[in-house]
Write a protein that binds this ligand. Structure first.
Ligand SMILES: [Fe+2]
Length: 183
């Protein structure tokens, strides 16, 4: 199963040149948070796999939209949101554990039910997807975007605290204490 990974990651990189670095970071933060949350070794392996290809659905989204330097229009945002369903459908065809499919499908669901694609909430969201939601947000905030430079670590954590309802509170607390950089 893991022999597929480099191929899949390179495929995602074709559409979005920043994706490989982002996938690496998200995988590192997600793995650290999964370990802090006492996930079993097997679950950690699946989490790592899912984290490194969580945005694979973006290969089917228009590349000018994906790489747009400014903010998305509403229509573009709806288009970008499709990447969760598309990614899940794509990996469904691979001979991999079904939990990876479910993590990819749900990696933009919010703990309060305000996320996408299905607006599920709380523990209905698989734990791996709840972990990636946190890791993904932290890396997005601490990275340069087309429309803004990276936020400082301190500012990024303040933003996540402000938006705390999006995240699993126990995992967010663990992330702040054990994973996020201190400065
Ligand atoms: Fe995503």
């Amino acid at each position: 199963m893991t022999t597929l990974l480099p191929f899949l990651i390179r495929l995602i990189g074709l559409r979005d040149p920043h994706a490989e670095k982002h996938s690496d970071h998200v995988t590192e933060y997600a793995f650290a948070l999964g370990r802090a949350a006492d996930l079993k070794a097997e679950e950690l392996e699946l989490l790592k796999f899912a984290a490194s290809i969580h945005d694979i659905g973006k290969i089917a989204i228009n590349e000018f939209v994906i790489n747009k330097p400014g903010r998305f229009t509403e229509a573009e945002y709806i288009m970008v949101q499709q990447h969760a369903n598309i990614g899940a459908n794509l990996v469904e065809n691979l001979d991999i554990d079904p939990s990876i499919h479910s993590i990819i499908l749900n990696h933009h669901e919010n703990f309060d039910g305000s996320g996408y694609p299905n607006k599920i909430k709380g523990e209905e969201i698989p734990v791996g997807a709840r972990i990636i939601r946190i890791a993904d947000t932290y890396d997005a905030l601490t990275s340069d975007r087309g429309y803004r430079p990276a936020y400082s670590n301190k500012k990024s954590l303040q933003i996540m605290e402000h938006d705390a309802e999006f995240f699993d509170p126990i995992l967010l607390d663990l992330f702040f204490r054990k994973v996020a950089r201190k400065h």
